[in-house]
Design a protein around this ligand. Structure first.
Ligand code: MRU
Length: 346
């Protein structure tokens, strides 16, 4: 169960990505052979989710690096920096993208050896980032399970967007906690917010649950308050794209309103994320760049326009949940209250 869904696979000289824009209607694997194709795949959300785009960018750096034809180390590093810049301009909010790029670049800069050795080192670093993410998510899942509320009945957990296997190397952060609860026979039901406008909840989270036989109920985003008022929800668990030093957490648009609603109903609200999602260089969430996407995501369903002409649109892809609304942040090193996050910095 733990690694049934592999959204990213390295194969000889290319990366295989499950095209997440097509699920659940079609399961198609696309082959990525160049860094430009990888940048496009991240931008168009063929691959998405904070840890997954970090892994993808690391492989993208290798795909670019192996096309650099020089024996001069300085020239190689200069061209590698340009490739990193292209990959880094794809999506601004998830810090894992920049974390992975920085990790590859600093590994190479600090290494000895000729260009072929540096190219090989980039690939092995990308594979490390990939492999570590799977182990990290499994640890998050198990750490999260330990802090979930103890209830007489099995738990009902609400989640938003998709922070699952598809969004990581294969186990998930928020869905990792849910997977661990399922494995330990503590889960009764997942409620999946549909997650407008791109519907990652209804398209991807439900798909993942169905693949593994995890019971799932889909609701529209505006039904969460009603479900909590009815006492249907024991806990909310979501992922994150960037968490700042004070514990504020950026995640998919709609997460903030969900946290407010959870607070109003005394429902614990957990953010599950690897430490690579924590940006200790930012003191609070107001400093997080929020991606704005094409308004078509709002005014079109498929190819059909659903709004009249003459309307203006605002399409922020993420929002910031303030630390005071978060019960605990669950990382691979344990679950802490947001004000204790800084203790994990070392
Ligand atoms: O725009 P997306 O689909 O990349 O947004 C994804 C999310 O907001 C996830 O919750 C977050 O990246 C955590 S994934 C483990």
């Amino acid at each position: 169960m733990s690694n049934a869904i592999n959204p990213i696979v390295w194969q000889e000289d290319r990366v295989l990505l499950v095209d997440q824009t097509l699920l659940p209607l079609a399961y198609k694997v696309v082959e990525i052979k160049t860094y430009q194709a990888m940048a496009d795949a991240i931008r168009t959300m063929i691959v998405r989710g904070a840890p997954a785009i970090g892994v993808a960018a690391a492989y993208g750096l290798y795909l670019g690096a192996k096309e650099i034809h020089t024996s001069d180390r300085a020239v190689f590093l200069e061209q590698l920096a340009a490739i990193a810049k292209t990959l880094g301009t794809t999506r601004p909010t998830a810090v894992n993208l920049f974390w992975a790029i920085e990790r590859v670049l600093s590994t190479v800069q600090n290494a000895q050896g000729d260009v072929p050795a540096l190219q090989a080192l980039i690939l092995s670093t990308a594979k490390d980032i990939h492999g570590e993410d799977l182990a990290t998510c499994q640890a998050i899942g198990d750490r999260g399970l330990a802090v979930l509320p103890q209830t007489p009945e099995k738990l009902t957990i609400l989640t938003h967007c998709n922070a699952g296997a598809l969004a990581t190397a294969g186990y998930g952060t928020a869905l990792g906690v849910i997977r661990s609860a399922w494995r330990e026979n503590r889960l009764g039901m997942v409620y999946a917010d549909e997650t407008r406008p791109r519907l990652q909840g209804s398209k991807l989270t439900t798909w993942e649950c169905v693949q593994e036989g995890i019971p799932v109920t889909q609701i529209c985003d505006n039904m969460a308050a009603h479900c909590m008022q009815q006492g249907r929800i024991d806990a909310v668990v979501v992922g994150a794209d960037r968490i700042t030093a004070n514990g504020d957490a950026a995640n998919k648009i709609g997460t903030y309103s969900l946290a407010i609603v959870a607070k109003a109903h005394n429902v614990p609200f957990y953010v599950a994320a690897p430490l690579s999602t924590v940006d200790f260089s930012l003191s609070d969430g107001s400093q997080i760049p929020i991606e704005e996407r094409d308004p078509k995501e709002i005014y079109q369903i498929g190819d059909t326009r659903i709004c009249p002409e003459g309307v203006q649109f605002y399409n922020p892809a993420f929002d910031v949940t303030p630390a005071h609304l978060i019960t605990a942040i669950i990382t691979e090193k344990g679950a802490v209250s947001p004000d204790q996050l800084i203790t994990l910095k070392a």
